[in-house]
Design a protein around this ligand. Structure first.
Ligand SMILES: [Zn+2]
Ligand SMILES: [Zn+2]
Length: 619
C-alpha cells in the first residue's frame, strides 16, 4: 500500500529500531512484552500496540496473529469485498501508521464458520477460505467424506444447458481437491470440519457422497440392517444418504459407531467431525425393538457411544451432533453425557422463517407445538416454535454448541423477495448468546456476494464483534466500493430490500401472496430510473473492485426489473406474460453466469426462479 519494501527477519531476543513485530502472545512474551490480556490457544484475540518506536501485532494463537495482521491492514484502509484479488481494495498511502495504536479485541464467539453448499469449484473454495481468514472467521466445513457433489454440480452445469460443461471429477480427484482446501485451512491455523450426512450408508458399505439415487443393487445382508419403514427395508426414496438403519440391531449400531470412530482415528486432520444421521425425514425404523425409543434417543445413544470411544482412545477430534428433521424433539430418556468434553451440539432450523429473527417471539404459529408420532413429523415454519425445540435439547446437554443456519442458501436465491436478510442475519448473530449458542456455522453457497458483499461482511464482522453496528459495516463497505456514490447506493439498496415489509408480515405471506400492485409498479419505476446513474458509475469508477462492484449492481438492476415486470403482469392477470418475464430473468442469469461467476450462485438463483414460475403457473 505504501510501495515501501520492508526487511523481514525473525527476532530472537530483541527487536530492531522502528520494527513492526508480528507474532503470537507467546512469541512476544519471549521478547519481554506483555500486551494481550485475552485469548488462549483456542480462543481468538488480537492486539495492535505501539510501544515507543515499535508496533506489536499480536494474536493469542497462530491464526489470531494472522487475523491481527489483516486487522492492521484494515485499519490502513484495506478491504476485501469478495474472495480473490479482484475483490481486494488496497488504497495507496504514503506511510503506514505505526504510532498511537492501542487496540485489543477478543472474538465474540468461538465458532465463526461456513459450510460448503451450492455449485462451486475447488478454486472458489480456496479463495473463499482466504477471504474468511481476512475477515477473522475460523472454521470451514467440507460436507461428506469428499465434497465432490458440490464441485460436480458446477462442472456438470445441469442447471445451465447453455453453458459449456466440464467433465465430472472422480472421488480420487475430488479428495485431492479437498486435500488442497484442508492444506489452505491448516496454513492459516483454521479449524477443519468434515462429513455430516452419509455415515448411515457408508457404515454398511453403500456410497454416501451426495443425494444421488443409488443405482447399484444392495445385498440382503445390507438390507437386513436398514430401517423398516412402511413394512419394507430399502433405501429411502432410493437415496442412500437419506436412509436410516435399524439401530436396535446390534450389528447396525456397532457398524455405525465403529465406522465413525475409525474415520476419526484415520483422519487426524479433521478437528470437528460431524456425525449426523440421514438427510431424510420420517424414515426411522418401525420395528418393535426400535419403536421403544424415539429417534432422538437412538441418536444420543449413538453419539454417546462414539464420543466415549474416541475419548477412551485419546482421539482429540470433537464430535458434532444436531437437532434437525427427525431429531427436532429432544430425547425422552437419554442424556448427552459428554464425559470427555468432546461433543458439540448444533441446532439446524432449516424450515424456519427468515422474514424474522430466530429470537423473535412474534414469529409464531397459532397451533401449539406438541410432540409428533414417529415418522409423522411436520417441522415448524415459525421461529418461536424452533426456540422451544432448542430449549428442550438444552435441558439434556452441557455440550459446547452453535447455530447452523441457512441465510445464504435457497434464501440467497430469493434475493429482494426474501425480505431484509441483512438485518435478520445481524439480529440472529447478536442473539446467539441469549439463545445459548457459542457461535454460528453458515450453510451456504460460497458464491454469495451479489449484488454486494454487505451481508457476508455482516456475517464475518458481527461474529467477530457482536457490538458492531449494522450501519457501520454497511457504511465502510459502501464507501470502499462506491466512494462518493455510497449514500446513493445505500438508499437504492434499502428501497429494493424493503420491498417485503417483515414488520407487517407476521401472517407470513410469501412473495406472491403479499404482492401489492402500486408497490410493484413504484419499485419497478424506481429501479429503472436508477439505471442511468448506475451506468454512469460503472463508467466513472476506477479500480478493479470498484468497477466490478458497479457492474454487479447494474446486472442486478436488470435482474430485479425482469422479476418485477413478471409481477406487474401477474397482478394484471396476464399469467403467460408473467411466466415469460420469469423465463427472461432465468435466461438472463444463465446466459451471463460467467460475468457474475465469482459473486452469484446461478444454480441456486435459477432454482428459486423456477419455483416462482411453478407457483405462478398454479395461480
Ligand atoms: Zn429397527
Ligand atoms: Zn416469521
Amino acid at each position: 500500500m505504501t510501495g515501501i519494501r520492508h526487511t523481514v527477519e525473525t527476532a530472537e531476543s530483541s527487536l530492531p529500531e522502528g520494527a513492526i513485530c508480528l507474532g503470537t502472545k507467546e512469541d512476544i512474551e519471549k521478547l519481554g512484552f506483555k500486551v494481550l490480556k485475552f485469548g488462549t490457544e483456542s480462543e481468538d484475540a488480537i492486539a495492535l500496540k505501539t510501544l515507543g518506536d515499535k508496533l506489536l501485532i499480536v494474536g493469542s494463537n497462530p491464526r489470531s496473529a494472522l487475523f491481527a495482521a489483516y486487522r492492521y491492514l484494515e485499519l490502513l484502509g484495506a478491504n476485501w469485498l469478495w474472495p480473490g484479488e479482484d475483490g481486494e481494495i488496497l488504497p495507496k498511502i504514503d506511510n503506514a501508521k505505526v504510532d498511537s495504536l492501542d487496540l485489543e479485541e477478543r472474538a465474540s464467539y468461538a465458532h465463526r464458520g461456513v459450510c460448503i453448499e451450492g455449485a462451486v469449484t475447488p478454486e472458489v473454495v480456496v479463495e473463499f477460505v482466504d477471504w474468511m481468514a481476512k475477515k477473522r472467521m475460523n472454521e470451514f466445513f467440507l460436507q461428506f467424506k469428499t465434497s465432490r457433489f458440490f464441485y460436480n454440480r458446477y462442472y456438470a452445469r445441469r442447471y445451465n444447458p447453455s453453458a459449456k460443461s466440464s467433465p465430472e471429477i472422480t472421488v480420487d480427484e475430488s479428495l485431492k481437491s479437498d486435500a488442497k482446501v484442508i492444506e489452505e485451512l491448516k496454513k492459516r491455523g483454521m479449524i477443519v470440519e468434515r462429513v455430516g450426512h452419509g455415515w448411515t450408508c457408508e457404515a454398511i458399505g453403500i456410497e454416501g457422497l451426495g443425494w444421488e439415487v443409488e443405482k447399484k443393487p444392495i445385498s440382503e445382508d445390507q438390507r437386513a440392517l436398514l430401517a423398516l419403514v412402511k413394512g419394507r427395508r430399502e433405501l429411502f426414496g432410493g437415496i442412500a444418504v437419506n436412509t436410516e438403519l435399524c439401530y436396535s440391531n446390534a450389528k447396525a449400531f456397532e457398524s455405525l459407531v465403529n465406522h465413525v470412530v475409525q474415520y476419526a482415528i484415520d483422519h487426524p486432520e479433521v478437528d470437528m467431525l460431524h456425525f449426523w444421521l440421514s438427510d431424510g425425514m420420517n424414515n426411522h425404523c418401525e420395528c418393535e425393538s426400535c419403536k421403544k425409543l424415539s429417534p432422538s434417543d437412538w441418536y444420543v445413544k449413538l453419539v454417546n457411544a462414539v464420543s466415549s470411544r474416541l475419548g477412551e482412545v485419546g482421539c482429540k477430534t470433537k464430535v458434532v451432533f444436531l437437532c434437525y428433521a427427525n431429531t427436532l424433539w429432544a430425547p425422552e430418556k437419554e442424556k448427552v453425557d459428554d464425559h470427555y468434553k468432546n461433543t458439540v451440539f448444533m441446532f439446524a432450523p432449516i424450515s424456519r422463517c427468515y422474514f424474522h429473527p430466530l429470537g423473535d417471539e412474534r414469529c409464531s404459529s397459532p397451533e401449539p407445538l406438541k410432540p409428533m408420532p414417529r415418522n409423522e413429523i411436520v417441522p415448524p415454519r415459525t421461529n418461536r416454535e424452533f426456540v422451544q425445540l432448542l430449549k428442550g435439547w438444552q435441558k439434556i446437554l452441557q455440550s459446547d454448541s452453535f447455530l447452523f443456519d441457512y441465510h445464504f442458501w435457497s434464501r440467497f436465491g430469493l434475493d429482494f423477495l426474501g425480505g431484509d436478510i441483512e438485518k435478520v442475519l445481524w439480529n440472529d448473530l447478536r442473539d446467539l448468546n441469549k439463545l445459548g449458542f457459542n457461535g454460528f456455522l453458515s450453510c451456504q453457497t460460497l458464491r454469495s456476494f451479489y449484488p454486494t458483499g454487505i451481508p457476508m461482511a455482516i456475517l464475518a464482522e458481527t461474529l467477530w464483534n457482536n457490538c458492531t453496528s449494522i450501519e457501520k459495516i454497511r457504511e465502510r463497505y459502501l464507501k470502499a466500493a462506491f466512494g462518493k456514490d455510497a449514500p446513493f447506493i445505500s438508499g437504492y439498496l434499502e428501497k429494493i430490500y424493503s420491498f417485503v415489509d417483515s414488520e407487517k408480515n407476521y401472517s407470513h405471506l410469501d412473495a406472491i401472496k403479499g404482492l401489492v400492485s402500486n408497490k410493484v409498479q413504484e419499485l419497478l419505476e424506481f429501479v429503472k430510473e436508477s439505471r442511468p446513474r448506475l451506468e454512469r458509475m460503472a463508467r466513472d469508477l476506477k479500480g478493479n473492485a470498484c468497477e466490478k462492484s458497479a457492474f454487479y449492481l447494474l446486472h442486478h438492476n436488470e435482474y430485479v426489473s425482469l422479476v418485477l415486470e413478471a409481477f406487474a403482469y401477474y397482478l394484471k392477470g396476464e399469467r403467460e406474460k408473467a411466466l415469460k418475464s420469469i423465463d427472461n430473468a432465468i435466461n438472463f442469469l444463465l446466459s451471463t453466469e460467467e460475468d457474475i461467476f465469482k459473486v452469484a450462485d446461478v444454480y441456486i438463483m435459477s432454482n428459486e426462479l423456477n419455483e416462482l414460475s411453478s407457483r405462478i403457473r398454479l395461480g
